[in-house]
Design a protein around this ligand. Structure first.
Ligand code: SF4
Ligand code: FES
Length: 529
C-alpha cells in the first residue's frame, strides 16, 4: 500500500479488471485506467474537454462498499460511465464482464447503423477509434434493415472538411470551439437520428487552431483538406520535433515517408502546448519542399569559402534565429577561430502583432522565430541586427545565414565584400552571393531550440537533407576542417551539445531528447500483391 507524501493516510485504492490501483481523489475511473494502461473504449471523453458522458461506450460494471451494510461490496444498479464516475476507495470495476461487453457491442451496433463504413477511402483509416473498436467490440454484421440516413459533405472551413455521414456525435469538436478557442463556430443542428454538426450560417471554422478538430475527432468526420487523399497513415513515419516557425516551442511530430513530409501533428506537452498547435505551425512546413529551395552547391564552393575566410582581415557573421543552438555554436567557433574580434550579430526576428491567448491558456506567439534566445545562448554576447548592419562596413568578408521559411529582410552587402551565403530559399541575396552553400531545413537535421520561456527542447531529423544541402553546423565543421587541413567529421547534434556544455554554455547538458518516438504503425497486416 502506498502512502500519500503529505500525510500518513494511505492512498485510496480501486480494483479495475482484477488490478488494484492507487489513485488521487477527484480522478474518474477512466482516468485511473488510462494512467495504468488499462484500455476502456471511449469516444466523447477527451482529457482537455468537459465531460458529457454521451457516447456510452465506456460504461462498466461497478461494485462499491456500502457503508449502510457494513461496507460490504454491492453492485451499482446500472452500468456506470467510467469517464464521469469518480473513482472511489474500495470500488471494484469490471470493464469486460458480460454486461459491460453487451453494452459495448450495442453501442457499436448503434453507431454503425448509419455509418457509411467507407474505411477504404477514408483518411482516418488506420488511426480511427471507430474502426479499432469495431474490430474489438463490434458485432461484425448489420442487423438493422432500415435505409441508412445519409448526410452531405460540408466545406466548413479553409482548412477542414466535414463528412457528416461518419460523425458519431461525440461533440468533442463542438466543445473544442466552446472551451479551448472560445470561438463557438460549431453547433449541433437538429435532433435525434438527423442531428448533425454544422457551422453557423456565414461563419466558417477558421480560427487559428481550426486544424485541431481533425486530431480530436475520433472518426474520419473532420478531415484535413491539406492531407486529404495524400497518403495512407500506416506508411507514415513519425519523428518528434519542435515548432520551427515561432518562439512557442510547441511540440510537434513530423509525419513523412520516402523523403517527403505529409503532415505535422501536435505532440502533447502540458507545460507548453497542451494538446494543440496553430494552423500556422501545422501547415507551415511547405517551404521544405518549396520549388524556390536551392539545394545545389557549385563544385569546390566549400574550398573557395574556406580560402576566402582564411584570407579575410575582418569577418562579419550573421546568425539566423531560425537555426539551432548547435548550428549557431559551430558557426561561432569557426568564425572566432579565424577572427577573434569577428562582428557577430543575430538575424532579423520578425514580430507580427501581439501574443494571443485563448481561453484554454494556449498562446499564439507573435515572435516568428524559433530560436532567437538559443542563438544568443550559444554565441554569448551578439549584436542586434541593426547594430550588426551598422558595423558591417568594417568587414571585408561576410557570412550570412538565412533559413527563413519565406522572403526575409536581407541586409545590403557592398560589392567590395566577399559574401558567403548559407541559406535554404532563393532570395534577394542569392544572386549577390559570391559563394552559396545550401542549408538543410529543421526537418532535415537534429538540434535544439530555446522558446520564448527559455525552455530548451531538442528535435530530431525527419528526412534526409535534400540535394547538397547540409546543416549549418556541418558546413561550419567542413570549412573548419579545410582551414585546419584535417579530415572533416560528421555533425552530430548530441556531440555538439556535449562540447557546448564542456565549453561552458549553460543548460546544454540538461537538454533531454524528446519523448514519444513511436513509429505510426497499423495493426492491420499488409498483403503483398
Ligand atoms: S465531427 Fe467528429 S468530433 Fe465532431 S461530433 Fe462528430 S465525431 Fe465527434
Ligand atoms: S467516453 Fe464515457 S460516455 Fe463517452
Amino acid at each position: 500500500m502506498r502512502v500519500n507524501c503529505y500525510n500518513t493516510r494511505p492512498m485510496p485504492t480501486i480494483t479495475i479488471d482484477g488490478k488494484p490501483l492507487d489513485f488521487e481523489q477527484g480522478q474518474s475511473i477512466l482516468e485511473v485506467a488510462n494512467d495504468s494502461g488499462i484500455a476502456i473504449p471511449h469516444y466523447c471523453y477527451h482529457p482537455s474537454l468537459s465531460v458529457v458522458a454521451s457516447c456510452r461506450i465506456c460504461l462498466a460494471e461497478v461494485w462499491a462498499p456500502n457503508p449502510r451494510n457494513d461496507n460490504k461490496l454491492e453492485p451499482m444498479p446500472k452500468l456506470l460511465p467510467t469517464c464521469q464516475t469518480p473513482a472511489g476507495d474500495g470500488q471494484v470495476v469490471y470493464t469486460s464482464s458480460p454486461k459491460a461487453t453487451a453494452n459495448q457491442k450495442a453501442v457499436m451496433e448503434f453507431l454503425l447503423t448509419n455509418h457509411p463504413i467507407d474505411c477504404p477511402v477514408c483518411d482516418q483509416a488506420g488511426e480511427c477509434d471507430l474502426q479499432d473498436y469495431a474490430y474489438e467490440y463490434g458485432r461484425g454484421e448489420r442487423r438493422c434493415d432500415t435505409e441508412k440516413i445519409t448526410q452531405s459533405k460540408k466545406d466548413v472551413g479553409d482548412k477542414v472538411m466535414l463528412y457528416g455521414d461518419r460523425c458519431i456525435m461525440c461533440t468533442r469538436c463542438v466543445r473544442f470551439t466552446q472551451e479551448i478557442t472560445g470561438t463557438s463556430e460549431l453547433y449541433i443542428n437538429g435532433r435525434g437520428a438527423v442531428e448533425e454538426i454544422d457551422v453557423f450560417p456565414g461563419e466558417g471554422l477558421n480560427n487559428e487552431l481550426s486544424g485541431n478538430v481533425v486530431d480530436i475527432c475520433p472518426v474520419g468526420a473532420f478531415l484535413d483538406k491539406d492531407f486529404m487523399f495524400q497518403q495512407r497513415v500506416w506508411f507514415l513515419n513519425k519523428v518528434p520535433s519542435v515548432d520551427p516557425l515561432t518562439a512557442s516551442g510547441d511540440n510537434i511530430g513530423i509525419e513523412h515517408t520516402e523523403g517527403k513530409i505529409y503532415r505535422i501533428k501536435p505532440r502533447e506537452n502540458q507545460q507548453i502546448n497542451q494538446f494543440w498547435i496553430t494552423d500556422e505551425v501545422r501547415y507551415g512546413w511547405k517551404f521544405v519542399h518549396d520549388e524556390n529551395r536551392v539545394t545545389e552547391m557549385c563544385e569546390d564552393a566549400e574550398l573557395i569559402a574556406a580560402d576566402k575566410l582564411q584570407q579575410a582581415s575582418k569577418i562579419a557573421l550573421l546568425v539566423s534565429p531560425m537555426i539551432s543552438c548547435e548550428d549557431a555554436w559551430c558557426l561561432g567557433q569557426l568564425v572566432r577561430s579565424l577572427d577573434e574580434k569577428a562582428i557577430i550579430g543575430i538575424g532579423p526576428v520578425k514580430v507580427v502583432g501581439d501574443d494571443k491567448t485563448f481561453p484554454s491558456g494556449f498562446t499564439v506567439r507573435a515572435e516568428k522565430a524559433p530560436n532567437a534566445r538559443g542563438v544568443q545562448r550559444a554565441l554569448g554576447e551578439v549584436l542586434s541586427y541593426e547594430e550588426w548592419k551598422q558595423q558591417l562596413s568594417n568587414a571585408d568578408t561576410v557570412v550570412v545565414t538565412g533559413s527563413y521559411p519565406e522572403a526575409w529582410d536581407t541586409p545590403e552587402i557592398g560589392e567590395d565584400k566577399t559574401l558567403v551565403l548559407i541559406d535554404t530559399l532563393q532570395n534577394a541575396l542569392t544572386e549577390r552571393a559570391d559563394i552559396f552553400l545550401p542549408a538543410a531545413t529543421w526537418a532535415e537535421k537534429a538540434g535544439t531550440f530555446e522558446n520564448c520561456n527559455n525552455v530548451l527542447q531538442t528535435f530530431e531529423r525527419a528526412i534526409q537533407p535534400l540535394g547538397d544541402s547540409q546543416p549549418e553546423g556541418q558546413i561550419a565543421m567542413n570549412l573548419q576542417a579545410l582551414v585546419d587541413d584535417m579530415e572533416a567529421t560528421i555533425f552530430n547534434a548530441a556531440t555538439i551539445r556535449r562540447r557546448m556544455a564542456d565549453a561552458g554554455v549553460a543548460g546544454m547538458r540538461e537538454v533531454e531528447l524528446p519523448k514519444n518516438t513511436n513509429r505510426v504503425e497499423t495493426d492491420m497486416p499488409l498483403s503483398e500483391v
